[in-house]
Design a protein around this ligand. Structure first.
Ligand code: HEC
Length: 168
Protein backbone atom coordinates (compact mmCIF):
# COMPACT_ATOMS: atom_id res chain seq x y z
CA UNK A 1 0.00 0.00 0.00
CA UNK A 2 2.74 2.48 1.02
CA UNK A 3 4.85 1.57 -1.99
CA UNK A 4 1.92 2.03 -4.31
CA UNK A 5 1.04 5.47 -2.98
CA UNK A 6 4.69 6.64 -3.25
CA UNK A 7 4.70 5.60 -6.88
CA UNK A 8 1.46 7.51 -7.32
CA UNK A 9 2.94 10.67 -5.75
CA UNK A 10 6.12 10.35 -7.79
CA UNK A 11 3.97 10.26 -10.92
CA UNK A 12 1.97 13.30 -9.85
CA UNK A 13 5.22 15.24 -9.27
CA UNK A 14 6.62 14.12 -12.61
CA UNK A 15 3.64 15.33 -14.63
CA UNK A 16 3.25 18.64 -12.81
CA UNK A 17 3.92 21.42 -15.35
CA UNK A 18 6.80 23.80 -14.59
CA UNK A 19 5.89 27.21 -13.11
CA UNK A 20 5.21 29.78 -15.85
CA UNK A 21 8.02 32.12 -16.88
CA UNK A 22 7.98 35.41 -15.02
CA UNK A 23 7.55 38.58 -17.09
CA UNK A 24 10.95 40.24 -17.39
CA UNK A 25 9.26 43.55 -18.32
CA UNK A 26 6.07 44.00 -16.34
CA UNK A 27 3.05 45.40 -18.24
CA UNK A 28 2.46 48.21 -15.73
CA UNK A 29 6.05 49.47 -16.19
CA UNK A 30 5.65 49.20 -19.98
CA UNK A 31 2.37 51.13 -19.77
CA UNK A 32 3.91 53.87 -17.61
CA UNK A 33 6.86 54.16 -20.02
CA UNK A 34 5.04 54.05 -23.38
CA UNK A 35 1.32 54.73 -22.89
CA UNK A 36 0.70 56.86 -19.77
CA UNK A 37 1.66 60.17 -21.40
CA UNK A 38 -1.53 59.90 -23.52
CA UNK A 39 -3.80 57.58 -21.53
CA UNK A 40 -2.93 58.87 -18.05
CA UNK A 41 -1.29 57.23 -15.05
CA UNK A 42 -3.04 53.88 -14.35
CA UNK A 43 -5.26 54.43 -17.40
CA UNK A 44 -7.00 57.36 -15.71
CA UNK A 45 -7.67 59.27 -19.00
CA UNK A 46 -9.35 56.34 -20.78
CA UNK A 47 -12.85 57.00 -19.53
CA UNK A 48 -15.68 54.50 -19.17
CA UNK A 49 -15.81 53.55 -22.88
CA UNK A 50 -12.43 51.81 -22.94
CA UNK A 51 -12.74 48.56 -24.84
CA UNK A 52 -16.49 49.00 -25.35
CA UNK A 53 -17.74 46.77 -28.19
CA UNK A 54 -14.29 45.19 -28.58
CA UNK A 55 -13.87 41.42 -28.52
CA UNK A 56 -10.77 40.00 -26.85
CA UNK A 57 -8.82 39.67 -30.14
CA UNK A 58 -9.80 43.25 -31.07
CA UNK A 59 -8.52 44.59 -27.75
CA UNK A 60 -5.28 42.61 -28.27
CA UNK A 61 -4.96 44.13 -31.76
CA UNK A 62 -5.63 47.68 -30.46
CA UNK A 63 -2.87 47.25 -27.86
CA UNK A 64 -0.45 45.83 -30.46
CA UNK A 65 -1.17 48.69 -32.92
CA UNK A 66 -0.68 51.28 -30.17
CA UNK A 67 2.63 49.71 -29.11
CA UNK A 68 3.89 49.61 -32.72
CA UNK A 69 2.74 53.16 -33.57
CA UNK A 70 2.02 55.82 -30.91
CA UNK A 71 3.74 53.93 -28.11
CA UNK A 72 6.89 53.20 -30.14
CA UNK A 73 7.79 50.18 -28.07
CA UNK A 74 8.54 46.70 -29.35
CA UNK A 75 6.62 44.07 -27.41
CA UNK A 76 6.75 40.27 -27.69
CA UNK A 77 3.43 38.44 -28.13
CA UNK A 78 3.59 37.44 -24.45
CA UNK A 79 4.02 41.12 -23.53
CA UNK A 80 1.11 42.21 -25.76
CA UNK A 81 -1.05 39.57 -24.07
CA UNK A 82 0.06 40.80 -20.62
CA UNK A 83 -0.68 44.42 -21.63
CA UNK A 84 -4.12 43.34 -22.90
CA UNK A 85 -4.74 41.62 -19.55
CA UNK A 86 -3.73 44.85 -17.73
CA UNK A 87 -6.29 46.69 -19.88
CA UNK A 88 -8.97 44.12 -18.98
CA UNK A 89 -8.29 44.86 -15.31
CA UNK A 90 -8.56 48.63 -15.98
CA UNK A 91 -11.90 48.04 -17.77
CA UNK A 92 -13.23 45.91 -14.88
CA UNK A 93 -11.79 48.32 -12.25
CA UNK A 94 -10.12 45.38 -10.55
CA UNK A 95 -6.55 45.29 -9.23
CA UNK A 96 -4.11 43.78 -11.71
CA UNK A 97 -1.28 41.46 -10.59
CA UNK A 98 1.87 40.33 -12.42
CA UNK A 99 4.95 38.34 -11.41
CA UNK A 100 8.27 39.84 -12.56
CA UNK A 101 10.83 37.87 -10.53
CA UNK A 102 11.01 34.68 -8.53
CA UNK A 103 13.63 32.85 -6.49
CA UNK A 104 13.20 30.38 -3.61
CA UNK A 105 13.19 33.21 -1.09
CA UNK A 106 11.72 36.14 -3.00
CA UNK A 107 8.76 36.91 -5.22
CA UNK A 108 8.41 40.25 -7.02
CA UNK A 109 5.70 41.70 -9.11
CA UNK A 110 3.46 44.52 -10.16
CA UNK A 111 0.05 45.63 -8.96
CA UNK A 112 -2.40 48.41 -9.78
CA UNK A 113 -1.27 51.50 -7.83
CA UNK A 114 -3.00 52.06 -4.45
CA UNK A 115 -3.86 48.38 -4.02
CA UNK A 116 -2.78 46.42 -0.95
CA UNK A 117 -0.90 43.17 -1.58
CA UNK A 118 -0.90 40.05 0.58
CA UNK A 119 1.27 37.00 -0.12
CA UNK A 120 0.81 33.70 1.69
CA UNK A 121 2.86 30.47 1.65
CA UNK A 122 0.76 27.48 2.72
CA UNK A 123 -1.67 29.97 4.21
CA UNK A 124 0.84 31.98 6.30
CA UNK A 125 1.25 35.67 5.48
CA UNK A 126 4.71 36.73 4.25
CA UNK A 127 6.48 40.08 4.52
CA UNK A 128 5.56 42.30 1.54
CA UNK A 129 6.95 45.72 0.59
CA UNK A 130 4.94 47.76 -1.91
CA UNK A 131 6.11 50.86 -3.75
CA UNK A 132 3.82 52.55 -6.28
CA UNK A 133 3.04 49.69 -8.67
CA UNK A 134 5.72 47.18 -7.60
CA UNK A 135 5.95 44.78 -4.66
CA UNK A 136 8.50 42.38 -3.22
CA UNK A 137 7.66 39.48 -0.91
CA UNK A 138 10.22 37.62 1.21
CA UNK A 139 9.25 33.95 1.21
CA UNK A 140 9.74 31.64 4.17
CA UNK A 141 8.70 28.01 4.28
CA UNK A 142 7.34 25.93 1.46
CA UNK A 143 3.94 25.21 0.07
CA UNK A 144 1.40 26.70 -2.26
CA UNK A 145 1.84 30.45 -2.82
CA UNK A 146 -1.09 32.80 -3.15
CA UNK A 147 -0.86 36.49 -4.09
CA UNK A 148 -3.84 38.72 -3.37
CA UNK A 149 -4.46 42.37 -4.22
CA UNK A 150 -7.26 44.51 -2.82
CA UNK A 151 -8.46 47.79 -4.25
CA UNK A 152 -11.55 49.42 -2.72
CA UNK A 153 -13.92 46.44 -2.50
CA UNK A 154 -12.50 44.40 -5.36
CA UNK A 155 -9.97 41.61 -5.00
CA UNK A 156 -7.73 39.68 -7.39
CA UNK A 157 -5.91 36.44 -6.60
CA UNK A 158 -2.98 34.92 -8.47
CA UNK A 159 -1.27 31.55 -8.15
CA UNK A 160 2.29 32.15 -9.45
CA UNK A 161 2.61 28.41 -10.18
CA UNK A 162 -0.20 28.70 -12.69
CA UNK A 163 0.12 32.15 -14.31
CA UNK A 164 2.50 35.09 -14.58
CA UNK A 165 -0.32 37.65 -14.51
CA UNK A 166 -4.00 38.02 -13.68
CA UNK A 167 -6.88 38.75 -16.08
CA UNK A 168 -5.73 36.27 -18.77
C1 HEC B 1 0.63 59.75 -28.58
C2 HEC B 1 -0.52 59.36 -27.75
C3 HEC B 1 -0.76 57.87 -27.50
C4 HEC B 1 0.13 56.95 -26.99
C5 HEC B 1 1.58 57.15 -26.58
C6 HEC B 1 -0.62 55.71 -26.86
N1 HEC B 1 -1.90 55.89 -27.28
FE1 HEC B 1 -3.41 54.49 -27.24
N2 HEC B 1 -4.66 55.81 -28.15
C7 HEC B 1 -4.36 57.12 -28.48
C8 HEC B 1 -5.52 57.70 -29.15
C9 HEC B 1 -5.59 59.15 -29.68
C10 HEC B 1 -6.52 56.71 -29.20
C11 HEC B 1 -7.95 56.81 -29.78
C12 HEC B 1 -7.93 56.77 -31.27
C13 HEC B 1 -7.44 55.48 -31.85
O1 HEC B 1 -8.01 54.41 -31.54
O2 HEC B 1 -6.47 55.52 -32.64
C14 HEC B 1 -5.95 55.52 -28.56
C15 HEC B 1 -6.64 54.33 -28.38
C16 HEC B 1 -6.17 53.25 -27.64
C17 HEC B 1 -6.93 52.06 -27.33
C18 HEC B 1 -8.35 51.77 -27.74
C19 HEC B 1 -9.27 52.37 -26.72
C20 HEC B 1 -10.69 51.84 -26.77
O3 HEC B 1 -11.59 52.57 -26.34
O4 HEC B 1 -10.91 50.70 -27.12
C21 HEC B 1 -6.13 51.25 -26.58
C22 HEC B 1 -6.49 49.90 -25.97
C23 HEC B 1 -4.86 51.92 -26.46
N3 HEC B 1 -4.92 53.14 -27.10
C24 HEC B 1 -3.77 51.41 -25.79
C25 HEC B 1 -2.51 52.00 -25.79
C26 HEC B 1 -1.34 51.35 -25.25
C27 HEC B 1 -1.32 49.97 -24.62
C28 HEC B 1 -0.30 52.22 -25.42
C29 HEC B 1 1.16 52.01 -25.05
C30 HEC B 1 1.81 50.85 -25.61
C31 HEC B 1 -0.82 53.41 -26.05
N4 HEC B 1 -2.17 53.24 -26.27
C32 HEC B 1 -0.08 54.54 -26.35
C33 HEC B 1 -3.19 57.78 -28.21
C34 HEC B 1 -2.02 57.20 -27.69
Amino acid sequence: MWARSSVFFALVLAVQPPAPKVLSRGPVAVYEQACARCHGPNGSFYGPDLGKGKTDPQLYKAVQDMADNQGQIELSSVEVEAQTAYHRAIIKREPFLAITGRTKTELRGEVTARSSVTVTVAGSPQKVRTERFTWIATLTGTGPICVMAKLKNTETRLDPDKASHSHS
